[in-house]
Design a protein around this ligand. Structure first.
Ligand SMILES: NC(=O)C1=CN([C@@H]2O[C@H](COP(=O)(O)OP(=O)(O)OC[C@H]3O[C@@H](n4cnc5c(N)ncnc54)[C@H](O)[C@@H]3O)[C@@H](O)[C@H]2O)C=CC1
Ligand SMILES: O=C(O)CCC(=O)C(=O)O
Length: 528
C-alpha cells in the first residue's frame, strides 16, 4: 500500500524517522500553506501531521476525502475540529507525554523571570541603561504557588516549585485531599487556590468549561500583587480582564506563553511593563520536539499499516493488558452486530450489549464499538469505522447500552447483542471456543452452534414433519448447497428454527419461495 503524508507544521526531522523508514510512505513537508492552499491539497493525503499552528477546521476536514488520521505532535488538540474529524471517521492522535518536561521547565523559567524581572532588566540593558533601581524582584521561597490544573505538567511544575521551597496549593477536578497529600501539595477548590496564591500558574486544557476561567471575578478574589503565569492555552485567562487587573495594580505581573489569538506581532498586553511573554515556546526544545515527532509518527505508521494506535484522542483506549484479553473478541462482536443487522426489520432504536462471565471484568468499550460498527456497516457501508460508530449511532437516535453480568450460562465468556426496533427485539449470543474461534450459540431463545462466517440462512417455522425436507428440496432447486444445518424448537409441534450454512447468497426470489412453503413463517439470509 502507498500512503501520502502531509506535515504542515515544523516537526523535528530527527523525530519523523518512523515515517521516513516505513515502506510506501510518501512524505510532503509544507509548513507555509495558507488555509485555502491546505483545503485545496488535503484531499490527496492519508495522514496529516501538525503542531499547534495549523488550524484543522471543519472546512479542511470536509475536503479531506482520503484522510484517515490526524497526528498532533504535542498535547493540546484545540486547533483540530474533533467533532468534524469524528463524524468523518478520522482518528486523531496526539503525543501527550513528550513535552511535559519542557513545558514544566518553561513554566518555572517564566516564574523566575517574572519574580526577578529578568526580561525587563535585559531589555533595559540592551537599550544601554544600567538601572539597578527599577528591577527589584521578589523571592519565591516561602511564597504560595497556586496550580490550577494538576495533570502531567501541573504536577511537574509543583515538584520543581517545591525545590524552590515554595508552598504549593492545587486544584484539579480529579484531585482529592488524599492524592494531594501523597503528592506533597495542599488541596483546594479553585477559589481556595486563587485566594491563597502569591503566584498562580494555569495548566488546564482549553475547554468550554475553562474558557475565561480566570476572569474579572476571579481576579477580584486574588491577593493584591498576585503574579500570573499561563503556559497552557490562551483563552483560559480573559485577556481584557487581565489587562484591567494589571492597570489597577491588583496583578503585579504576568508571564504569558500563550494567547487568545496566535500568532500576532502586536498585543495590548505587551504594552504593559509588568507583562513578559514568549511566542508559545513551552514545548520548543530539541528533546521535546524529537519525542513528540517520534510518538506521533509511530502512531501514524501503525494506524495506517495495522489499525493500532497508542494515543487516540477521539477514541476511548484501554490499557494494553485489557486489550490483550478483549482483542480475540473483536471479530465476533462485529459479526454479532452484522448478524442482527440482517435479522432485524426496521430501524434499530436500542442496542444492548451484555458481557457475561470473564469478559464482564474488563473495560469492553472497544468491543461494544465493534458491535455497533457491525450493526451499522451493512446499512451505511464502509464509511462506518471504530472512530465514528458511536457518533453515527447517536446521530441515528440509537441508544447503546453496555451491561455486565458474572452469569455466563456455562461459557467462560458470553456476549449477547440485542437490537430493539419499533416492532420488537432480536438477540444473538456468541462466544469463543478454545482453539476453534467464534461461535454463535443462541439466536433469540434458540440454542445453536454456528461459525459466524459466510452465507447463513435463518428460518423460523412450525415444528411439523416435512418442513425441513421442503426447505432442503427448494434450496436444491435453486442450486444452493447446504453445508451445515441445525434445528431447534421451543416444544414439540411449537415454534422452531433452522440455521443453515449455505454455499451462496439466496436471492430475494428464493427467499419469497421459502416463505411461501407450508409451515415456514420466515426466512432471513445473513451474509457475514
Ligand atoms: N505552552 C506550550 O507549548 C504547551 C502547552 N501545553 C498545554 O498545557 C496544558 C496542560 O497539559 P498537560 O498537563 O499535558 O495535560 P493533562 O491532561 O495532563 O492535564 C490537564 C489537567 O487539567 C485538569 N482540568 C480540566 N478541567 C479543569 C478545570 N476546570 N479546572 C482545573 N483543572 C482542570 C484535568 O483534570 C487534567 O488533570 C494543555 O492545555 C496543553 O495544551 C502542553 C504542552 C506545551
Ligand atoms: O507544538 C507546540 O510547540 C505547542 C505545544 C503545545 O502547545 C501542546 O502540546 O499543547
Amino acid at each position: 500500500m502507498a500512503y501520502n503524508i502531509l506535515i504542515s507544521d515544523p516537526l523535528s526531522e530527527d523525530g519523523i524517522f518512523p515515517l521516513r523508514e516505513a515502506d510506501g510512505f510518501k512524505i510532503v513537508v509544507d509548513t507555509d500553506l495558507t488555509p485555502d492552499q491546505l483545503a485545496e491539497k488535503i484531499g490527496e493525503f492519508d495522514a496529516l501531521l501538525v503542531r499547534s499552528q495549523t488550524q484543522v477546521t471543519r472546512e479542511i476536514i470536509e475536503k479531506a476525502t482520503n484522510l484517515k488520521i490526524i497526528g498532533r505532535a504535542g498535547v493540546g488538540v484545540d486547533n483540530i475540529d474533533l467533532p468534524a474529524a469524528t463524524e468523518r471517521g478520522i482518528i486523531v492522535v496526539n503525543a501527550p507525554d513528550g513535552n511535559t518536561n519542557s513545558a514544566a521547565e518553561h513554566t518555572i523559567a517564566m516564574l523566575m523571570s517574572l519574580a526577578r524581572k529578568i526580561p525587563q532588566a535585559f531589555h533595559s540593558l540592551k537599550n544601554k541603561k544600567w538601572d539597578r533601581k527599577t528591577y527589584i524582584g521578589v523571592e519565591v521561597k516561602n511564597k504560595t504557588l497556586g496550580v490550577v490544573g494538576f495533570g502531567r505538567i501541573g504536577q511537574e511544575v509543583a515538584v520543581r516549585a517545591k525545590g524552590q521551597r515554595m508552598n504549593v496549593i492545587a486544584y484539579d477536578p480529579f484531585l482529592t485531599p488524599e492524592k494531594a497529600e501523597k503528592l506533597g501539595v495542599q488541596f483546594g477548590t479553585v477559589e481556595d487556590v486563587i485566594k491563597a496564591a502569591d503566584f498562580i500558574t494555569i495548566h488546564t486544557p482549553l475547554l468550554k468549561e475553562t474558557r475565561h476561567l480566570i476572569n474579572k471575578d476571579a481576579f477580584a478574589k486574588m491577593k493584591d500583587g498576585v503574579q500570573i503565569i499561563n503556559c497552557a492555552r490562551g483563552g483560559i485567562i480573559d485577556e481584557e480582564a487581565l489587562y484591567d487587573a494589571i492597570l489597577s495594580g491588583k496583578v503585579a505581573g504576568a508571564a504569558l506563553d500563550v494567547f487568545e489569538e496566535e500568532p500576532f506581532v502586536e498585543h495590548k498586553l505587551l504594552t504593559l511593563p509588568q507583562v513578559i511573554a514568549t511566542p508559545h515556546l513551552g514545548a520548543s526544545t530539541v528533546e521535546a520536539q524529537e519525542i513528540v515527532a517520534i510518538d506521533v509518527s509511530y502512531d501514524v505508521v501503525s494506524f495506517l499499516t495495522e489499525g493500532i494506535v497508542k494515543n487516540p484522542v477521539n477514541l476511548s483506549s484501554v490499557p494494553k493488558d485489557v486489550l490483550a484479553k478483549i482483542e480475540p473478541y473483536f471479530n465476533l462482536t462485529e459479526q454479532l452486530g452484522s448478524f442482527l443487522s440482517d435479522l432485524t426489520e426496521g430501524p434499530p432504536e436500542e442496542i444492548n450489549i451484555t458481557y457475561a462471565g470473564e469478559l464482564a471484568n474488563f473495560d469492553a468499550r472497544p468491543l461494544s464499538r465493534n458491535a455497533v460498527k457491525g450493526l451499522l456497516k451493512s446499512k451505511l457501508g464502509e464509511s462506518v469505522n471504530d472512530v465514528n460508530a458511536k457518533f453515527l449511532a447517536d446521530r441515528l437516535g440509537i441508544t447503546v447500552n453496555e451491561l455486565k453480568t458474572p452469569k455466563s450460562k456455562g461459557f467462560t465468556s458470553l456476549i449477547t447483542v440485542e437490537v430493539k426496533t419499533a416492532t420488537g427485539s432480536r438477540k444473538v449470543s456468541g462466544t469463543l471456543l478454545n482453539g476453534l474461534g467464534g461461535r454463535i450459540v443462541r439466536v433469540d431463545d434458540f440454542i445453536v452452534d454456528v461459525v459466524p462466517a459466510g452465507y447463513l440462512l435463518f428460518i423460523r417455522h412450525k415444528d411439523q414433519p416435512g418442513a425441513i425436507g421442503r426447505v432442503g428440496m427448494l434450496l436444491a432447486e435453486e442450486g444452493i448447497n447446504i453445508a451445515t444445518m441445525q434445528v431447534g424448537r421451543s416444544e414439540v409441534g411449537g415454534d422452531a428454527i433452522m440455521m443453515l450454512t449455505i454455499d451462496k447468497h439466496v436471492e430475494v426470489k428464493g427467499i419469497e419461495k421459502l416463505k411461501a412453503l407450508a409451515d415456514i413463517y420466515d426466512a432471513t439470509p445473513i451474509d457475514l
